[in-house]
Design a protein around this ligand. Structure first.
Ligand SMILES: NC(=O)c1ccc[n+]([C@@H]2O[C@H](COP(=O)([O-])OP(=O)(O)OC[C@H]3O[C@@H](n4cnc5c(N)ncnc54)[C@H](OP(=O)(O)O)[C@@H]3O)[C@@H](O)[C@H]2O)c1
Length: 337
């Protein structure tokens, strides 16, 4: 089987494809023939060595896959050979075959495609975890989300809509204005003063989702109303194109605010740090995945897939995301030809 490897820290030239024997499932594991693997922004950051939770080089990225179970371990009860599944892989999803623990794979309903399934786990779980598990989301709540046209951005818009939320403000580059509006959000062009725009309409938002980092975090905090919640869940401002820029990363780190709990107390604002890759309580994640699977089956959410690249074109796919081209999710096609 073939597997994508980040051979070393670096640009797109650090990506290699190797050939090796397929893995065998242990007693509690299933072997999945991968049809689609999701690309996440974190995959780009870990290639550049800017991601704390990544394994040592060389390694295979890929948090999420959809495909068909081709072998099961002796003690597996929840899945059988031939099942269509979606799975959270931790790492290693950019491969023709991958093994995962049986409880990290979910059987797909017939009406859910491999595309929709692979586009769902990381982005929807992250958005759901912030708004619902941490944020105690209530009907009518307003939301600010950055990278609004991307994976987490579109997932957020759909989840808020499904929960009968209120206004959603989405920042994204100007060329994506139409798409962001079609997703039901008020578009604010990236780089414009979103605090002023939001405060012109209301006291501020109930929830602000910030994956940008640096001084941007304080702006998101200012966009909150009394009682509002800020989720800091990324550091995209540390990235500048496919090559690593240490200067950008240091600038992001140094300009990230350190919050004063007394001032937070007086304004009743909360700040959450969120990293699903380092979330420890599997049962909480699993419960949320089941809730999302139900929403997917009922058509309450419907992942937006921008494009699907053959895995041999993984560098092109990642370049497309570096260029900010995607509207929704970008996937890799590993299906057998
Ligand atoms: N903590 C967690 O558990 C967790 C989980 C999932 C995702 N995240 C974070 O959430 C963010 C979104 O992730 P995603 O996978 O859904 O990606 P995504 O939003 O689909 O990523 C690409 C989009 O981000 C915007 N962008 C902003 N800064 C950028 C930069 N420096 N380089 C390229 N694009 C940039 C671009 O849109 P515009 O130009 O239109 O703004 C681009 O189209 C990322 O920061 C990611 O690390 C965190």
């Amino acid at each position: 089987m073939k597997r994508v490897v980040y051979a070393k820290r670096g640009g797109l030239d650090a990506i290699e494809i190797i050939e090796e024997e397929a893995p065998l499932p242990e007693k509690n594991e299933v072997l999945i023939e991968v049809h689609r693997a999701g690309i996440n922004f974190a995959d780009l950051m870990m290639r550049q060595g800017l991601y704390g939770a990544a394994p040592d080089f060389p390694f295979t990225p890929g948090y999420e896959v959809s495909g068909i179970v081709r072998a099961v371990g002796k003690e597996v009860q929840s899945h059988a050979i031939g099942d269509r599944v979606v799975a959270l892989t931790g790492f290693g999803g950019y491969a023709e075959q991958v093994v995962v623990a049986q409880e990290r794979a979910w059987t797909l309903p017939d009406n859910v495609s491999f595309d929709s399934a692979a586009a769902m786990p990381v982005t929807y779980l992250t958005a759901h975890h912030m708004l619902v598990y941490l944020g105690n989301f209530r009907e009518g709540d307003s939301v600010l989300v950055h990278h609004a046209a991307g994976g987490v951005g579109t997932a957020t818009a759909q989840i808020v809509k499904a929960l009968n939320g209120g206004t959603i403000y989405g920042t994204a580059s100007a060329k994506k204005a139409k798409f962001v509006k079609e997703m039901g959000m008020i578009h604010i062009p990236r780089g414009e003063d979103f605090v002023q725009r939001i405060k012109a309409d209301s006291e501020g938002v109930h929830h602000a989702l910030d994956p940008v980092g640096g001084k941007h975090v304080m702006e998101s905090y200012k966009a909150l109303r009394n009682g509002g919640r800020l989720y800091v869940f990324g550091a995209s401002s540390a990235v500048k194109g496919p090559k690593r820029s240490l200067w950008k990363a240091i600038k992001m780190w140094r300009s990230t605010p350190r919050f004063d709990p007394i001032r937070m107390m007086n304004s009743n604002k909360s700040v959450y740090g969120v990293h699903m890759g380092m979330w420890k309580d599997e049962s909480v994640a699993r419960e949320q995945m089941l809730a999302l699977a139900k929403m997917l089956e009922n058509g309450q959410i419907n992942p937006v897939v921008d494009s699907v690249y053959r895995f041999e074109d993984v560098a092109k796919a990642q370049q497309f995301i570096h260029d900010g081209g995607n509207r929704g999710k970008v996937l890799l096609d590993f299906s057998p030809k």
